[in-house]
Design a protein around this ligand. Structure first.
Ligand SMILES: [Zn+2]
Length: 365
C-alpha cells in the first residue's frame, strides 16, 4: 500500500509512472464552476472578467477537490481577438457567429492582436490569478487553441478544408500569422505560474484529415512543432487535448510526446480507441493519458449511472495498466469539457471525483 498522497504528490507520481495511493481524477469542469460563486455569475461575466474567471476555478477546486485544473475558457478566444464575431450567451459556451475570414484574400490580412488586451488578456490574467491561489495544492495548466483550430474558428471549418486545396498558400500564410499569435500567448502564459499548457489540437482526427494533410497544416514539423518546443522551452509541461473521434495518436502522442494527453472515446464509432487499447498499444508508456467519460453524462445520467461508469472505467484502466507493467499513467477524466450549462448536475462531477477516491487504488498482483 502506498501511503496517502496529497494532490501534487499523486499528480507527479502519475506523470512519472510511480506507484500512487489512487489514480488521479479530473472531470474537465471549467465554466460550470462559476455556478459555485457566492454572487450569481453568468457565463458572459465569467468569460469577460479575469477575477471572476479565476474565482470560478478556485471555488470548483474547493468544492470538488480535483487533482488537476485546465484553465479552459472556450474555443473562440483567439478567433474573437482576431476579429471574428462571437455570440456570448448568458449561460452557455460562446460561439462564432460571423467569421473574420470570408474571402481568399482575407487569409493574408490577419493581424496578430495584442495579447494583453481582449479575451486573450482576460484568460492570461485570469490564469495567473487562479494559479497564484491553486498551484501549491494542485497541478494547474493553461489552455490554448492550436493554430488550425484558431483558423477554423476564424474562417469556418468547411471553408478551411476546401481552401487547403484551392488556396493552399493563403491558408499557410494565415497559419503562420496565427502561430505568431499562439507564440505570444505561450510567452504570456509562461509568466502566470502554470505548470503546464494544454493545446487543443482537435483537427488531428482521421475523420477530417489524413496523416499527410495533418502534417502539412499543423503537424510536429510545422506550426504545432514550433509551439510545442516553445512551450517546453518556456518551462511549461506540454500537454494536448484532443476530443476527436479518431485521434492521430501516433503523431500526437508518440511524435509530439506530450506530458499529458487528454482524449475522448466514442464507443459507437468503429476504430475509436478505448482506454484498454490506448494503454495496450503503448500510448501510456511515456505519456499520462486522461479520459474519457462522456461529457453528456454530467447532464443526463443519474448519480448511480455515472458512479457505475466511473467504476467501470477505473476497472478497465487498472487491468490494462497492470497488464502493461504500468503503475499510474491514466487520469480518470471526462473526454471533453463538462457542459457549462445550468442543466449540468454538479453532483455528477462530485461523484466522479469521489468514486475515484474510493475505488481508484491500484495494486498490480
Ligand atoms: Zn474537447
Amino acid at each position: 500500500m502506498v501511503k496517502e498522497m496529497n494532490h501534487l504528490e499523486r499528480c507527479m507520481a502519475s506523470i512519472t509512472n510511480q506507484p500512487v495511493d489512487r489514480l488521479t481524477a479530473y472531470p474537465i469542469a471549467c465554466g460550470v464552476n462559476r455556478r459555485l460563486l457566492p454572487t450569481p455569475t453568468t457565463y458572459t461575466e465569467w468569460a469577460s472578467d479575469p477575477k471572476k474567471f479565476a474565482a470560478g476555478f478556485v471555488a470548483g477546486q474547493k468544492y470538488f477537490d480535483y487533482d488537476w485544473t485546465f484553465g479552459l475558457m472556450d474555443l473562440s478566444v483567439l478567433a474573437h481577438d482576431l476579429g471574428a464575431k462571437v455570440r456570448m450567451d448568458e449561460q452557455n459556451t460562446p460561439f462564432v457567429t460571423e467569421p473574420v475570414i470570408k474571402k481568399p484574400e482575407d487569409y493574408e490580412k490577419l493581424v496578430v492582436p495584442d495579447v494583453k488586451k481582449g479575451r486573450c488578456g482576460v484568460i492570461v490574467e485570469g490564469t495567473k490569478l487562479f494559479c497564484d491561489q491553486l498551484k501549491n495544492t494542485i497541478v494547474c495548466a493553461s489552455f490554448l487553441e492550436g493554430p488550425l483550430l484558431v483558423l477554423t474558428q476564424s474562417a469556418g471549418a468547411e471553408k478551411v478544408f476546401m481552401d487547403m486545396y484551392n488556396h493552399r498558400s493563403a491558408v499557410h500564410k494565415a497559419l503562420a500569422t496565427i502561430t505568431e499569435l499562439d507564440k505570444d500567448m505561450v510567452k504570456a502564459f509562461a509568466t502566470t505560474g502554470c505548470a503546464g499548457l494544454a493545446w487543443d489540437y482537435l483537427w488531428g482526427s482521421y475523420s477530417c484529415l489524413g496523416d499527410k494533410e495533418y502534417d502539412e497544416f499543423e503537424g510536429q514539423k510545422k506550426y504545432a512543432g514550433d509551439l510545442n518546443a516553445l512551450t517546453s522551452a518556456s518551462g511549461m509541461a506540454m500537454c494536448i487535448h484532443n476530443c476527436a473521434d479518431l485521434p492521430h495518436l501516433d503523431t500526437q502522442i508518440k511524435g509530439m510526446k506530450p506530458v499529458i494527453y487528454s482524449m475522448a472515446y466514442y464507443p459507437l464509432i468503429p476504430g475509436s480507441p478505448s482506454p484498454k487499447e490506448v494503454i495496450g498499444k503503448g500510448y501510456c508508456d511515456g505519456t499520462l493519458v486522461g479520459g474519457n467519460i462522456d461529457p453528456q453524462q454530467f447532464v443526463r445520467a443519474s448519480t448511480e449511472k455515472i458512479q457505475k461508469t466511473t467504476m467501470n472505467l477505473i476497472q478497465e484502466v487498472k487491468t490494462a495498466l497492470c497488464a502493461k507493467g504500468l503503475h499510474s499513467r491514466y487520469v480518470i477524466a471526462s473526454g471533453c469539457e463538462v457542459p457549462p450549462a445550468l442543466v449540468t448536475k454538479l453532483e455528477n462531477i462530485k461523484e466522479v471525483v469521489d468514486t475515484t477516491k474510493k475505488y481508484g487504488q491500484i495494486e498490480c498482483g
